[in-house]
Design a binder for this molecule. Structure first.
Ligand code: SAM
Ligand code: GLN
Length: 274
């Protein structure tokens, strides 16, 4: 048994894969995750792991399981995430995309098709999943901004992976594209909207703060955006916190839609014909 290892995973040492799976499950985490992590460490698909669960679980896999048991997100370990049916690169420093955001993309696609829109701007691209998915699903020309250099780099990597042409620039809100702001017809964003000091699950400790927190009431981003820009002639769709619908409806005159869990999640401000 290795000396340097903490108590946390000694219980996983020198066991077969099937024994490790059982113990992992007993810690309250899904077996599927352990299969993915062991497969990742062995450079084999999880079907191989299932078929060979009588092998001793390799040391490299146990290191990954230990990280995960400490709350480190699975997606950062394997460096990928699924969004809208495709795999995207993610890494520490960019937000791991959430399933709710697929609903935001659905709404944007609806508007792009109904109004036959040609130019969209994604504010706060993160890993780039929104921008790349919109381009692939509709062919719209996409621009993106983020205040994080890491986010710009990961977005460019994902755009390249899917051969999407886009322009992505470092800067806040729409500022990097202010010269062509008039030609942008759709603005989409999943901004930081979590209240400062809110208690979050431990996975979120490993994610960037500037991707999550939106000031005392979580609304700083929306207030600044709608104050700063004239959005006449445009459609704005933004993800929101579940208890922020009413105040944002009043602030913007927009409408609110719910996510698949029945919670207020999307703000739509349609000024296209204004
Ligand atoms: N669009 C990605 C997604 O849905 O997975 C990431 C969303 S994450 C909640 C918010 C992103 O906005 C972060 O990448 C953060 O760096 C960026 N951000 C925060 N404030 C911003 C601002 N004022 N202007 C541009 N980007 C901003
Ligand atoms: N939905 C995220 C969470 O609380 C928050 C994402 C955001 O601030 N846009 O897990």
């Amino acid at each position: 048994m290795s000396k340097k290892r903490g108590n946390n995973t000694e219980f996983l040492q020198n066991l077969t894969i099937s024994q490790v799976l059982k113990l992992y499950k007993q810690r309250g985490l899904p077996e599927r995750e352990a299969l993915i992590l062991i497969g990742y460490a062995m450079n084999k698909p999880k079907e191989f792991v299932i078929a060979h669960d009588d092998l001793i679980c390799p040391e490299g896999a146990i290191n990954l399981l230990e990280k995960r048991l400490n709350g480190y997100p699975l997606q950062y370990i394997i460096g990928e995430v699924e969004f809208y049916g495709r795999r995207f690169f993610v890494e520490e420093g960019v937000l791991i995309p959430r399933w709710e955001t697929e609903g935001l993309v659905d709404i944007a696609i609806e508007y792009i098709k109904n109004y036959d829109l040609k130019y969209a701007l994604d504010i706060g691209v993160g890993s780039g999943v929104i921008l790349v998915t919109l381009a692939l699903e509709t062919g719209i020309k996409v621009f993106g901004t983020d205040v994080s250099e890491k986010a710009i780099n990961v977005t460019l990597k994902n755009a390249k992976r899917y051969n999407v042409e886009c322009e992505v620039k470092l800067g806040e809100f729409a500022e990097p594209f202010i010269e062509r702001f008039d030609s942008i017809q759709l603005i989409i964003s999943n901004p930081p909207y979590v209240r400062e000091g809110a208690k979050l699950q431990k996975e979120l400790d490993f994610e960037p703060k500037q991707a999550l927190f939106g000031g005392e009431d979580g609304l700083n981003f929306y207030r600044i955006f709608f104050n700063r820009y004239n959005i006449d002639g445009k459609i704005v769709v933004m993800e929101i916190g579940e208890d922020q619908g009413e105040v944002l409806r009043q602030l913007t005159g927009g409408i609110i839609r719910k996510d698949l869990a029945g919670k207020d999640r999307y703000l739509i401000v349609d000024r296209y014909n204004k």
